[in-house]
Design a protein around this ligand. Structure first.
Ligand SMILES: [Zn+2]
Length: 303
């Protein structure tokens, strides 16, 4: 929930409760969100601070065992409320979110008293396995697009511009648009990434160089990406998939073979994976630099 409030962009849907059961008594109403704290940017103090969510209209406890009809649309939970979030540091900055909470399948309106004839051990027998979701459908001030500084520094100037534009397109849910930008970044940067990986301490430099030399002859770049996995440092093998090949693979299809929604989905995954790879490279590099500094200091101390 905290991560959702801090980082989710408009219309980004997140699951907040899996496998809803009668008697869970959570997130049925806006009251369950009251007083949640999360990190957010305070424009007055110009830094991230802790914000606390407050409600415009807290609801009273329902008198009977039913959630009112107004929280449901066609038997699915579906309601919207305004969250007024206040900076706990200056107590002045406010951020407003319009939040939509909904279930993906039908859920019961009877929650306060699961002791009903069609309920066994708190599980309503005619109930499907529903998940509860949340999304921001409005935000003031406008949600800022924030580039990851390490990623931004890693990319060259033009790729960095595509990075910003890609994030902006993602924040506006432009599927084909955002996929076009992440594709450009991957096309421009993937060989640089391989080159950076080659120079990391925990990699097989000679073998990666051989892949690159073979590529010079064959011009088939996908072979490099496909075969690099076993030479990657451990941290980049940790996903049990080849992240380099996956980046290439996800961005090498035709742009118009996907629908808006499919494109958006792919673009989000590529962006997350790209950031992951670059951050891992950076981590490995900085630990190497730390070690070099220590060795240097050791040598100096010995002299
Ligand atoms: Zn503040």
């Amino acid at each position: 929930m905290k991560d959702f409030l801090s980082n989710a962009i408009l219309y980004e849907k997140r699951v907040i409760l899996e496998d809803y059961k009668v008697g869970n008594k959570k997130f049925y109403t806006e009251n369950d969100f009251n007083k949640i704290t999360f990190e957010y940017y305070c424009e007055i103090e110009e830094k991230n601070t802790t914000f606390q969510l407050g409600l415009e209209y807290p609801v009273n406890r329902f008198e009977d065992s039913n959630i009112p009809d107004s929280y449901f649309i066609k038997e699915k939970l579906d309601y919207v409320f305004t969250a007024i979030c206040t900076c706990q540091s200056c107590k002045v900055q406010k951020v407003y979110f319009l939040l939509n909470v909904f279930s993906d399948k039908k859920v019961s309106q009877k929650i306060w008293n699961p002791d009903l004839s069609d309920v066994i051990d708190g599980i309503r027998i005619d109930e499907e396995d529903a998940n509860i979701w949340i999304q921001k459908v409005g935000a003031t001030p406008e949600i800022k697009i924030s580039k990851n500084k390490i990623v931004s520094k890693f990319l060259d100037g033009e790729s960095d511009t595509f990075y910003y534009k890609g994030l902006k397109a993602l924040s506006q849910n432009l599927g084909v648009g955002s996929l076009a930008y992440v594709r450009k970044i991957v096309e421009r940067e993937l060989l640089n990434i391989v080159d950076e990986i080659k120079n990391l301490p925990d990699t097989d430099e000679a073998s990666i160089q051989k892949l690159l030399d073979d590529y010079e002859k064959s011009r088939k770049v996908s072979t490099v990406y496909h075969n690099i996995f076993k030479f990657l440092p451990k941290s980049l093998q940790s996903l049990d998939i080849n992240p380099i090949f996956l980046l290439h693979d996800l961005t090498s299809g035709g742009l118009h073979q996907y629908t808006e929604e499919e494109s958006l989905n792919i673009a989000k995954k590529v962006m997350a994976l790209l950031e992951f790879v670059i951050l891992k490279i950076n981590e490995e590099k900085s630990s190497l630099n730390d070690m070099r500094r220590i060795v240097k200091e050791l040598r100096r101390d010995q002299n």
